[in-house]
Design a protein around this ligand. Structure first.
Ligand SMILES: *[C@@H]1O[C@H](CO)[C@@H](O)[C@H](O)[C@H]1NC(C)=O
Ligand SMILES: *[C@@H]1O[C@H](CO)[C@@H](O)[C@H](O)[C@H]1NC(C)=O
Ligand SMILES: *[C@@H]1O[C@H](CO)[C@@H](O)[C@H](O)[C@H]1NC(C)=O
Ligand SMILES: *[C@@H]1O[C@H](CO)[C@@H](O)[C@H](O)[C@H]1NC(C)=O
Ligand SMILES: *[C@@H]1O[C@H](CO)[C@@H](O)[C@H](O)[C@H]1NC(C)=O
Ligand SMILES: *[C@@H]1O[C@H](CO)[C@@H](O)[C@H](O)[C@H]1NC(C)=O
Ligand SMILES: *[C@@H]1O[C@H](CO)[C@@H](O)[C@H](O)[C@H]1NC(C)=O
Ligand SMILES: *[C@@H]1O[C@H](CO)[C@@H](O)[C@H](O)[C@H]1NC(C)=O
Ligand SMILES: *[C@@H]1O[C@H](CO)[C@@H](O)[C@H](O)[C@H]1NC(C)=O
Length: 522
């Protein structure tokens, strides 16, 4: 009787061990990763989808402006003294309109951003503060014309006087709000040949920062109104239903799978790598990628942040990524970046821009130059141009992201970018005859996201659940092994060995090998 029960116990616990081993080694990880995939993939049944479609919280969009405090002196040849003003804080709401689904597991969408000024967060800074900044559209026009036909600059200036009524110097006194969103009027009425040239170029290039006036008499220049006004895209993104490791990758933008036409047909610089920074694939095990790519339509290229290490944020483990010097390195430092060099900055720099700056001409059809704020990670030579106001600081000026590994969700991230333009000494143009030549910053943006507490709580709950599943996996295995051992001992004691066909397979061989007689406890 006893023997029968112990035999049964033994058989059951043996079965349990086998099930536990299979679950622990294969079943549970498989189920868990399947479940995670189901929740993060871009499918309207997934938990993430609605949050991806309409961001549950606004991003915080901050603008810092460089006010020129010695404009008169700069006109006479002095080095510029700058004063950073800001943040002017905007809430940035993001919403995607799904256009449809593609063949290769892709989703097509348009991205709409809406900006709303946040006076409370901006503190003492107001939208109608009057700023003295470099006259971006003026410099852009004159540089465009001079680069198109260098000998014409003096002639062209006559036209530019018409183009920019009341022209006195290359600086602009403007309200913050007009510079950012409302726009500064640029007149195109007149019949000067060079004016026709500039306005004609604006018409064909249609740079995003120039909004045509309603009556077609000219343009309004502003830095960000195009982002608030128009949807961007269409983007085509991988949904991660077939391969979760490709979740979020952008495969095309505006119908193009490469930006190489912008970068002199070079396939490397034109690659669309990575996501739009809203979503990343989950990280399996400890296989965190070294580089986290994002595609940035504003600069027409992919950039990456490099893995720094494991970290912890909001009591959750996270991977920390940071932009590295290589991403914006000059051609001499990183040869494959050579296709991003589209303009001679100075003859002594191998026909390329300096370290840490990116020419936006090929991308935005305006002679703007991007860098990290305060020329962080850029050539020190750029700093020599200033008489104060520029001081790169890693804490304030780098770009980073904290990634939650289980879901690939961004716990916190900040993207920072500065826009600059060349102030060029041109002897034939009275307003530029004495100014020092250099790379002049206009403003920089800080676009940050941090998950709201509700989403963090959801994440914590799912981590807890995962913790339980993980605990169950090992407890079940442990308990079933203990039960097996106990029943094996009981079987041995009762002397009633289950009848296993000997050596029929390795499992039965191992389990039946100990001689029951010698195992007896006296
Ligand atoms: C989800 O998407 C499928 C097609 O992929 C569609 O048939 C279904 O109506 C959608 N459901 C909702 C709730 O939008
Ligand atoms: C910007 O600098 C000018 C001097 O060039 C100054 O008059 C003005 O008050 C400054 N603007 C702000 C908002 O501080
Ligand atoms: C899908 O992928 C295949 C093979 O990679 C490719 O030939 C095809 O053009 C792709 N289809 C679309 C719509 O991108
Ligand atoms: C952005 O556009 C919306 C209307 O689409 C408008 O209400 C809002 O004031 C604009 N934001 C800014 C900062 O101009
Ligand atoms: C700067 O450019 C604007 C047009 O963008 C023009 O109206 C203005 O007169 C210029 N300012 C100065 C001080 O030259
Ligand atoms: C065009 O130029 C002529 C002479 O230079 C001038 O009389 C006329 O008013 C100009 N027309 C416009 C629209 O500015
Ligand atoms: C794009 O990604 C590929 C593969 O990950 C990499 O080899 C290449 O250097 C990346 N290109 C750019 C421009 O970052
Ligand atoms: C992190 O955990 C500690 C102790 O477990 C707790 O005191 C703290 O409030 C937690 N912080 C957050 C941001 O949840
Ligand atoms: C840049 O300048 C160098 C030397 O001055 C010259 O050899 C090269 O052709 C120029 N490149 C471009 C793109 O203008």
């Amino acid at each position: 009787m006893l023997g029968k029960h112990t035999k049964l116990c033994f058989t059951i616990s043996l079965g349990a061990v086998i099930v536990a081993v299979v679950l622990a080694a294969w079943g549970i990880p498989k189920i868990v990763s399947k479940q995670i995939q189901k929740n993060v993939q871009l499918d309207n049944s997934s938990v993430m989808f609605e949050k991806w479609r309409k961001l549950p919280m606004p991003l915080i969009f901050k603008v810092f402006v460089f006010n020129v405090t010695n404009a008169e002196d700069v006109n006479a040849g002095a080095r510029p003294k700058l004063q950073e003003l800001g943040p002017y804080v905007y809430k940035e709401y993001r919403e995607r309109t799904v256009l449809g689904y593609g063949d290769n597991d892709t989703i097509k969408y348009m991205l709409k951003k809406t900006f709303v000024f946040d006076q409370e967060a901006s503190g003492a800074f107001r939208e109608d503060d009057v700023l003295t900044v470099i006259n971006f559209s003026y410099m852009a026009a004159i540089l465009t014309v001079q680069d198109m036909m260098p000998s014409l600059a003096g002639v062209v200036n006559g036209a530019l006087e018409q183009f920019f009524s009341d022209l006195t110097d290359p600086f602009l006194r403007v309200k913050a709000k007009d510079l950012f969103f409302d726009g500064i009027y640029v007149n195109c009425k007149g019949n000067h040949s060079a004016l026709a040239l500039v306005c004609g170029k604006l018409k064909t290039d249609a740079p995003p920062t120039m909004r045509p006036a309603e009556d077609d008499s000219g343009y309004y220049f502003s830095m960000f109104s195009h982002m608030n006004r128009t949807e961007s895209g269409p983007y085509e993104m991988i949904r991660g239903r077939e391969n979760i490791n490709e979740l979020g990758h952008i495969v095309s933008y505006k119908g193009k799978t490469s930006m190489s036409s912008r970068w002199g047909q070079d396939p490397y610089c034109g690659m669309l790598n990575g996501s739009d920074a809203s979503i990343f694939p989950p990280i399996q095990g400890s296989n965190a990628p070294d580089k986290l790519y994002t595609f940035e339509p504003e600069v027409c290229r992919s950039l990456y942040a490099s893995l720094v290490g494991k970290s912890s944020l909001f009591n959750m483990s996270a991977y920390y990524y940071e932009i590295s010097r290589e991403a914006l390195a000059s051609k001499s430092a990183v040869p494959s970046n050579k296709c991003f060099c589209k303009k001679n900055w100075s003859a002594n720099h191998d026909g390329c821009l300096l370290m840490g700056v990116l020419n936006l001409m090929p991308c935005q059809d305006a002679p703007a130059i991007a860098s990290l704020p305060h020329f962080y990670l850029a050539s020190e030579e750029l700093l020599e141009y200033f008489d104060g106001g520029i001081s790169p600081d890693k804490e304030k000026h780098n770009t980073y992201v904290y990634l939650e590994p289980v879901t690939g969700v961004v716990l916190k991230g900040v993207r920072r970018l500065q826009f600059n333009i060349e102030l060029r000494n041109i002897p034939s143009v009275p307003q530029l005859a004495n100014v020092p030549t250099g790379l002049f910053p206009l403003l920089w943006i800080d676009e940050g996201a941090e998950l709201p507490d509700t989403v963090l709580d959801e994440l914590r709950q799912s981590h807890k659940l995962l913790g339980y599943v993980e605990a169950f996996r090992w407890i079940f295995l442990g308990v079933s092994i203990v039960a097996l051992l106990a029943s094996a001992v009981a079987v041995a004691r009762s002397g009633a060995l289950p009848v296993w066909p000997r050596n029929s397979n390795s499992v039965s061989f191992i389990l039946t090998h100990p001689n029951p007689g010698s195992n007896k406890v006296h």
